[in-house]
Design a protein around this ligand. Structure first.
Ligand SMILES: Nc1nc(=O)c2c([nH]1)NC[C@@H]1CN(c3ccc(C(=O)N[C@@H](CCC(=O)O)C(=O)O)cc3)CN21
Ligand SMILES: CC(C)C(=O)C(=O)O
Ligand SMILES: [Mg+2]
Length: 299
């Protein structure tokens, strides 16, 4: 099906739509809004206007296209793909080689969303040089628009080097899953005394040139303070209501993941239930010879 490989028509600066993310009721809310590709300066403008924005993960073409068309301005090809795509027990095992095809699938499928690629564990920590080399692969081979890496003050040199190379960097502080074993498990970070350290981390990332910073499992009060102190947007996941943006793993948000979910997850659908019902109906139809029917059959 050539349609599945079609590149979306890219919309360039010559068009004159309202700025990205204009409030509901403005002309951008028409049926097929001629929106430009989201750029990092648009996210800064949303922060200045006090308009919170949603971010979701995506790992494949149909979901990426759907989320893009629904107006999600930023899509993250997270290293959570380790869990959601590959079935590993944590995000540590996933490799650059496993991430790149997913990043390419997502960027190929969107026309407006800014696509951020997570740098996997071991692909940037060694040195700022390693971070630049890996980020370059995600830009060249994955066609990402930005990268994300985990870590605070200690990773400011990495963020600075990647930014200097021309690649926008999203930081990630608080609970950083790639450091699970050093942090002592899945735990809230920045409680009590460590709140000041978290603020220092956020400021260091901003000074190093990060265009936004994810805060994962951080007390709402600290996240609010950091959000006010930074001029770049903060993206919360378990960081309370005052962040400039909120992110969730899409399968968590849509209820495709079954079993216990983290406290910060809100399930907006029961995709697991919907799919289970569909699968059982298909299986029954095959076993009863009700599928395929004449309308599904060629002669
Ligand atoms: N499906 C999925 N969703 C995610 O949010 C996610 C991934 N995978 N993989 C990579 C990381 C790992 N993350 C995680 C994983 C587990 C918890 C968790 O178990 N949280 C518990 C414990 C909190 C506590 O004890 O303080 C919670 O109830 O929030 C949190 C974040 C976030 N990321
Ligand atoms: C949960 C988000 C922020 C993430 O890093 C991921 O999906 O890997
Ligand atoms: Mg991640």
């Amino acid at each position: 099906m050539s349609q599945d490989n079609a590149q979306p028509a890219h919309q360039h600066e010559t068009e004159t739509p309202a700025p990205y993310g204009a409030a509901p009721g403005t002309p951008t809310e028409s049926a097929t809004p001629p929106r430009k590709r989201v750029r990092i300066h648009h996210l800064r403008e949303l922060k200045e206007r006090g308009e919170p924005w949603p971010m979701l993960t995506a790992y494949d073409t149909y979901t990426a296209r759907l989320f893009d068309e629904a107006g999600i301005p930023v899509l993250l090809v997270g290293d959570s793909a380790a869990n959601t795509v590959y079935g590993y027990e944590s995000s540590l095992p996933i490799t650059v080689e496993e991430m790149l095809p997913l990043v390419r699938a997502v960027t190929r499928s969107v026309s407006k969303a800014l696509v951020v690629a997570d740098l996997p564990f071991g692909s940037y920590q060694v040195s700022p040089e390693q971070a630049v080399a890996t980020a370059a692969r995600f830009m060249k081979e994955g066609r990402a628009h930005a990268v994300k890496l985990e870590g605070g003050r200690k990773f400011a040199p990495h963020v600075e080097a990647v930014t200097a190379a021309g690649v926008p960097v999203m930081g990630h502080i608080g609970f950083t899953p790639q450091s699970e074993h050093n942090l002592g498990g899945y735990r809230v970070q920045g409680r009590g005394d460590t709140g000041d350290a978290l603020i220092a981390d956020a400021l260091a990332l901003q000074d190093a040139g990060a265009f936004a910073v994810v805060m994962e499992m951080v007390p709402a009060e600290i996240a609010k303070q950091i959000t006010h102190e930074l001029h770049i947007p903060t993206v919360g996941i378990g960081a309370g209501p005052d962040c400039d943006a909120q992110v969730l793993v899409w399968q968590d948000m849509a209820g495709l993941r079954t079993g216990r979910v983290p406290r910060f997850v809100k399930q907006y659908a029961d995709l697991a239930g919907v799919l289970t019902t569909a699968v059982k109906a298909f299986a029954d139809d095959v076993r009863n010879r009700t599928f395929p029917a004449p309308e599904h059959t060629f002669h």
